[in-house]
Design a protein around this ligand. Structure first.
Ligand code: ATP
Length: 586
């Protein structure tokens, strides 16, 4: 399956802002009640702001022109009351919407992170880590900025604008229609240019992702960069992506700010229309001065929010571009699908079988072609072959890190795809070529992902390790189980392999795969690991991948993997001959 986010972005159908927002709100169904409350408060706030101009207009017509000071005081008190209501509702509006925004961000980051935990290896192979980190941090922050700072102002301004528009039309329909013409033009302009602006923002966010990927790559390989004096190379690569990001950000910024002068111009036109048309109506005796005062205030109430919306629209476009990039990940299919068992059990005596298995990496050439073999319970198998021959790929298919492009793999007679992740990882242990440790203690790392021993004390764990013959290995760590593994550099590669070994053996799997698992371990410790493997329950099947042929001397059967084929190699001597022949041919 294609998990390349850049390619998926090119192929994906463009969604409208309304649909995108709708999907975003579906992430927070529990906030529905709070959102209605916020909406209600916003309406009251807008209404109180809209009543004031009408009261001022009436005051001009009924109190100022007639010199009725008592009425003027009443009008002033009424206007003051509307201002107080507006301030009070503004406070509640900020409080309710601000917390909804923060909760939304929290939910979004959780959803995104949980999704990342479920995605298959293919996703991480096909995308740069830096870009994924940028989506989790930077893109969610764009949504946060919009929801916590802008959304409330956005809705409030929209409510005032719509209310002012209605007032303009109700007071005088022709004058209202004329005043709103620039607004309609602005609206049409916004609709036309928004997709283009969103695209510019999306490109800008993508270049930010590339920038982050570049930083991540050079920082995680800094030892190689220094050792090979490749600083200039990385500097020039960084400078290239930084330039791209700079150009894209400038273009996005210019596009985002395009609204501000256009909206300003529209507002000025509207004022001109109100004054010219309104005064001509007064001269004709069809309008009063008080109504014109109200009218000017309503025209401002319509166009001022419009200008603010122009600024907020920038945040909105950025947030929507960020949401597109985030929802791309959320829409991906989680994990490798678990399929119903439709076929009857096959190869009953074999613990593992490959049947007509073909495999290619996405966009890569075929690595395995029509592979058929059976592995029996309790036996030890060795996979040998030249570098890049396909040993790790075969092991990865057995551990279901990938699915075959075609064909079927059976575990204990059942399609491997029919096992849940928990069942599969319980049955198959895999010690990777490059073991990964989490920050924490040796104990944390040994027990990682092992639900059977979650709350095991040190004493109980030592007993368990003793029973599996693993206890002796603890002497390799100065503080035993409590040795801190802070980061990659605080522990040797060999020690890492020992921890990965203990982690896998303690799970007591039916099938244990060791991919170059002892390549960095000294001979004495290797012999100890060998002894531990011999103590495993006799029904455990072992698959050993090794370049050092002495490590596979005890194998019951050897498979030679090269040129897309997996073939029985016969004896160790035959395997060595094949390897040498292969080397000569290459
Ligand atoms: N993630 C990947 N994406 C694309 N191609 C890959 C990927 N991993 C491995 N390959 C390719 O698949 C082929 C087999 O690689 P594999 O790692 O299985 O070989 P190997 O026999 O384990 O090699 P080694 O002895 O060096 O560990 C190689 O040509 C390699 O370039």
């Amino acid at each position: 399956m294609n998990y390349n986010l850049d390619q998926l972005f090119e192929q994906q159908k463009k969604t409208s802002n309304v649909r995108a927002l709708n999907k975003l709100f579906k992430l927070i169904p529990h906030e529905k009640k709070n959102l209605w409350w916020a909406f209600f408060i916003i309406i009251i706030n807008a209404a109180s702001k809209l009543i004031a101009p009408l009261l001022v207009g009436y005051a001009v017509d009924n109190a100022v022109t007639t010199g009725d000071y008592k009425s003027l005081l009443y009008y002033a008190a009424a206007v003051l009351a509307t201002y107080l209501v507006a301030s009070g509702t503004q406070y509640f509006q900020t409080k309710v919407m601000g917390s909804i925004g923060q909760r939304m961000l929290y939910t979004l980051r959780n959803a995104l992170f949980n999704k990342l935990q479920e995605l298959p290896i293919g996703f991480f192979n096909q995308n740069k880590t830096g870009d994924i980190i940028s989506r989790v941090n930077n893109d969610t922050d764009k949504i946060n900025q919009f929801f916590s700072q802008s959304l409330m102002q956005f809705i409030g301004n929209m409510a005032i604008m719509i209310g002012a528009g209605v007032c303009l039309l109700v007071i005088h329909i022709q004058l209202g229609a004329a005043t709103l013409i620039p607004g309609v033009c602005i609206f049409a302009f916004t609709l036309i240019v928004s997709p283009w602006i969103k695209k510019r923002n999306a490109i800008s966010l993508k270049t930010t992702g590339n920038l982050s990927a570049e930083v991540q790559e050079s920082l995680s390989n800094f030892k190689v960069v220094i050792a090979f004096n490749r600083r200039d190379y990385f500097r020039s690569r960084f400078s290239k992506v930084n330039n791209e990001n700079y150009d894209a950000s400038i273009k996005a910024g210019l596009a985002n700010n395009l609204f501000v002068p256009v909206y300003g111009l529209g507002a000025n036109f509207a004022q001109l229309i109100v004054l010219v048309y309104g005064i001509s109506l007064i001269i004709a005796g069809n309008f009063t001065v008080g109504l014109l005062v109200s009218y000017i205030a309503y025209a401002q109430s319509f166009y001022n929010p419009l200008q603010q919306i122009a600024a907020l629209w920038t945040n909105f476009q950025l947030a929507m571009a960020g949401w597109d990039r985030i929802s791309q990940i959320l829409n991906l299919e989680s994990d490798l699908a678990i399929v119903e068992i439709t076929n009857t059990p096959q190869h009953k005596n074999a613990v593992l079988s490959f049947e007509k298995v073909h495999f290619s990496y996405p966009e890569g050439k075929e690595v395995l072609h029509d592979i058929n073999f059976n592995l029996e319970k309790g036996k030890t198998y060795a996979l040998v072959g030249p570098t890049g021959g396909g040993k790790t790929t075969t092991a990865s298919l057995i551990a279901r890190l990938f699915d075959p492009t075609s064909g079927t793999i059976y575990l204990n007679g059942k399609n491997l795809k029919s096992y849940t992740t928990k069942e599969r990882t319980h049955k198959i242990g895999f010690i990777l070529q490059e073991p990964f440790l989490f920050s924490g203690t040796v104990k944390d790392n040994i027990l990682y992902g092992n639900s059977s021993y979650e709350n095991t004390s040190d004493e109980e764990l030592i007993k368990l390790l003793h029973n599996s013959g693993l206890e002796e290995l603890l002497s390799l760590f100065n503080k035993g189980l409590q040795t801190e593994v802070e980061d990659d550099s605080s522990i040797s590669l060999g020690q890492k392999q020992v921890i990965a070994f203990m982690r896998a053996v303690l799970r007591n799997p039916n099938l244990l795969i060791l991919d170059e698992a002892t390549a960095n371990i000294d001979t004495v410790t290797e012999q100890l690991l060998d002894k531990i493997l011999k103590k495993l329950p006799k029904e455990t099947t072992l698959i050993i991948i090794a370049h050092r042929l002495n490590t596979i001397e005890s194998a019951d059967e050897i498979f030679f993997i090269n040129n897309k084929q997996v073939e029985p190699a016969g004896s160790l001597e035959e395997a060595v001959t094949k390897l040498m022949q292969d080397k000569r041919n290459s």
